[in-house]
Design a protein around this ligand. Structure first.
Ligand SMILES: [Zn+2]
Length: 330
């Protein structure tokens, strides 16, 4: 039996039809963990959907109303890049409930997994990039609202920048004119990654991502590491180590929310970094090791993963669970 819980529901499946996002990955991760003996049935717990009150801690009443009544504009639906349906709304509310439960378990057991979630491109008033509502932000605000924590840190290792996270916790205003990042995307392999360090409030946000990738406009996180194309395991791990040390020198979180995207993988269809499956597992181990050394609980969500072979995405996500067990029981 694992020393932590895996929050999961078959209803995490996103009804989005044929899509680059492999909506079946959640069930396949669940099944693989059981088949390989990495987890047993008793390790899994089933979430309840988040309440509208929980979602309101992050999102505007107007946006929630549009989602509940099916009145998104065509442009808003296009921007979300997944087809709207009431069933999809239910799946996202459930994922947010899963992240709340996983955060609760993390505070009890030092680690808590949501075998889903990580929808870091959702903004308070709109969805983007396959993300309808921001489950991680909802979980953090709920933990704060319940008085269980005051300070949290997000560590976002998805290949795409956590733009929704940055705006929600940084209070950054959306640009109304031309997007400021559109002119800055000329990066060669030799260019060192750039780390910007902007602000910290009650939630410190770290994002390691490919610079030349969605989103075009990257609102400032507390620490952004803009990685060049094709960066490999060793360089990536060095930057992650750096970002974690720097972040934890400046800020003492009571909870780390690790967004463990599988898309920095070298064979990802939507990513341009070159991490191996083994490198991604070392990435996970590094996050868990650093958190454990400082006794900080970690809540994990899975975010993106678009490997040419869905099997690889499933392997990378399952390895995150195995890495957590290895570090916690070392
Ligand atoms: Zn991604």
């Amino acid at each position: 039996m694992l020393p932590f819980k895996l929050v999961y529901s078959d209803d995490y499946y996103l009804p989005i039809g044929a899509h680059v996002f492999p909506a079946e990955k959640y069930q396949r991760i669940h099944d693989r963990l059981l088949e390989t003996g990495a987890a047993e049935a008793a390790d899994f717990v089933t979430p309840e959907p988040a309440s509208d009150q929980d979602v309101l801690l992050v999102h505007t009443p107007q946006y929630i109303n549009k989602l509940k009544t099916g009145t998104l504009s065509a442009r808003e639906e296009l921007e979300m890049e997944i087809p709207y349906s009431p069933e999809l709304v239910r799946a996202f509310w459930l994922a947010a409930g899963g992240s709340i439960l996983a955060a609760d378990y993390a505070l009890q057991n030092r680690i808590g997994f949501n075998i889903g979630g990580g929808f870091h491109h959702a903004f308070p008033d709109h969805g983007e990039g396959f993300c309808m509502i921001h489950d991680v932000a909802v979980a953090i605000r709920r933990m704060q609202h319940d008085g269980k924590i005051t300070r949290a840190m997000t560590v976002d290792c998805d290949v795409h920048q956590g733009n929704g996270t940055a705006v929600i916790f940084g209070g950054v205003r959306m640009p109304t004119g031309p997007l400021p990042s559109t002119s800055t995307s000329t990066v060669g392999l030799s260019k060192p990654s750039r780390a910007r360090n902007v602000h910290a409030s009650d939630v410190f946000t770290i994002s390691l991502h490919q610079e030349n990738n969605y989103p075009m406009w990257k609102p400032p996180s507390s620490i952004d590491v803009d990685l060049p194309d094709e960066i490999g395991d060793e360089d990536y791990l060095a930057w992650l180590d750096n970002a974690l040390s720097s972040g934890l020198r400046q800020f003492e979180p009571e909870l780390i929310c690790y967004v463990a995207g599988a898309d920095p993988y070298r064979e990802d269809q939507l990513g341009g970094l070159s991490l191996t499956i083994e490198g991604l597992k070392r990435r996970d181990q590094l996050v868990f090791r650093v958190a454990r050394a400082r006794n900080i609980p970690v809540m994990v969500t899975f975010a993106g993963g678009y490997a040419q072979k869905v099997e690889d995405t499933v392997t990378i996500h399952c390895n995150t669970v195995i890495a957590a067990r290895e570090i916690l029981t070392a």
